[in-house]
Write a protein that binds this ligand. Sequence first.
Ligand code: IVH
Length: 691
Amino acid sequence: MRGIEDPLGNDRGACMKSPRERIAELRSAIIQYDYKYFVLDESDIPDAVYDTLRAELLRLEAEHPEFDDPNSPTKLVGAKADGAFAKVKHPQPMLSLGNGMELAAVDAFRDRVYKGLGTTDVQWVVEPKIDGLAIALTYVDGVLVLGATRGDGEVGEDVTRNLLTLDSIPKALLQNATWPVPARLEVRGEVYIRTDEFDLLNQRLVAAGEKPAANPRNAASGSLRQKDAKITRQRPLRFFAYSIGPVDGQWPDTQWETLSVLRAFGFVINDDARLCQTYDSAIVYAHAWMKKRDDLPYEVDGVVLKVNSLAQQRELGVAGRDPRWALAYKFPAREATSILRNIIVSVGRTGNITPAAEIAPVQLSGVTVSNASLHNADLIEKLDLRIGDTVNLKRAGDVIPYIIGPVIEARTGAEQPWQMPSHCPSCGTALVRPGTDVAWRCPNVAGCIEQRKRRIEYAVSREALDIVGFGEKQAALLVDLGLITDVADIFGLTADDFAGLEGFGERKISKLIDAIVAAKQQPVTRVLISMGITLVGTTVSQLLLQRFDSLAVLADATAEDIASIEGVGPGIAQSVSEYFAAPTNRALIAKLTAAGLQTSGGATRVISSTALAGMVFVVTGSFATMSREQAEALIAEHGGKATGSVSKKTTYVLVGSEPGASKTSKAAELGVPMLNEVQFRQMIAEHAEDE
Ligand code: IVH
């Protein structure tokens, strides 16, 4: 070859290949060299070699017009001067999908399929419909030569260079035992961005002073259509394959096999795709899968139901732009547009002031919503939200919908800016904003009526004392009447207190009184939760009461003591010790005890043996076979108790490597025996044999 070594290894072999094969080989090589040169800024061949290969391709193309291809790299100049991408005509239109939101519409689709085929003998493939962009990848002799967007379905754009940056797109099809690589194959699928990576991308964009994308789909589209593929390369784009376009060679007979052959070629196939023998089982699967919507790492807008047999697909054909053999069974939309009518602030149980949006009622995820969360005043300012704005809303899962932002183009000039009130809307106290907090607070903890109501409402809620029939309304009414000021007061209420109150019949009163009496049996962990300490929920209250035996002991603990519990961070420790620094809160413990609630006894334990019954342990150091937390759990499980410091009451000190010096020396001083890990485990095991 003109004295230059051919990097394709064809010095002698070029003439052995058919012109068609050599043209395909040169095209794919040049695409990859272009990519390396323009995108990766690296070049692994000398310019002269590149020029020679390109010249050879031009010559062969001139000699063999029958192999003409508008997508040959000799015809492509990447992005054109005006920034547009080269147009690509799809050899087979890229269809869209008809869709149905109601099961009835999907049933109707099934009926059309059965009627069209004249049989009910149909298998179905159910696939997730990931919300991204459809693209088509052309492989010639197994090598990627072209990647195009869907465009209008007939003509898309050549984004090959950008698509080459995706790890999940094979640059060459894997030779495999499942299926021979066809001479030419178009693979279709979806480019998308995962939701977690989308959040990170937006953070990055904002930090760089750029505009964040509104949703993962827009981010994927914008990333794919970058003029500079170097930027695309930094974007977290992924690809999954779901079908093929034209194929030059053998191909299997079904969609299900199509997916497994594509997987064998090296494509990512969605693991949640299923082959279903009947329509009914397909629907059962689709419904079960739809429940996972909120747990998926990417946005989906529904499932796609496809007739499995490709022969049946061909028989059914296409109606307009939609295939008659597939349907998108869609979720209700999660984004909507409405009008921001007002912003109101509410006072929480710890005094936090939270703004919320009142919006014109709108359908979102299948329900009518008229409120949306706004998190904090900073966000309102950052979004530049104004009363009267047209706003975009989103609802993910069962949470309250939130406002993505205003539609600036819809502004008329009549919109009013909003300001955070300077005083508590409930008690009128000047609001404060401690340190770097984003939330404004009402500091009037004891006197603010609204905080009182919220605290009581929380204390009787399901995760705390769980008093059925007692909720927001009852809490507000009883506080307003001055019948209760804190959770302990609830237990002094009698039937007489309710008699004559609106909405309280005799039966209801007696039920409520029963529920109140029953709540006295709630474990101390729930009583602790009912006190409403910031950051103290179910798990933390259990951790705290495994270490400290009673609320009174916990109230006396220092922040360091509390923070020394595994799983309890300094933030929680500070919150707890600050809470008990207030005399009224300490007094509440006495009030709760006097009211007959469980304020001591430690966390409820599952006792699996009595090997360590009555023993008091102090655990120090680290162990080979368990964490300190696990050691403490083992002690509890076998009837013992783990405490924080060594005293005369300590039965054993369980010593691991690098123990606390103060604990071991105190044990030595008091003559408390020390056990190592092996002895400790033996003690449990021996007892188990006895049992
Ligand atoms: S099949 C004729 N399968 O949905 C078949 N499409 O609304 C058309 N999509 O343009 C494509 N996941 O961008 C198919 N598993 C899947 C899909 C899927 C997402 C997208 C695709 C298509 C759009 C149609």
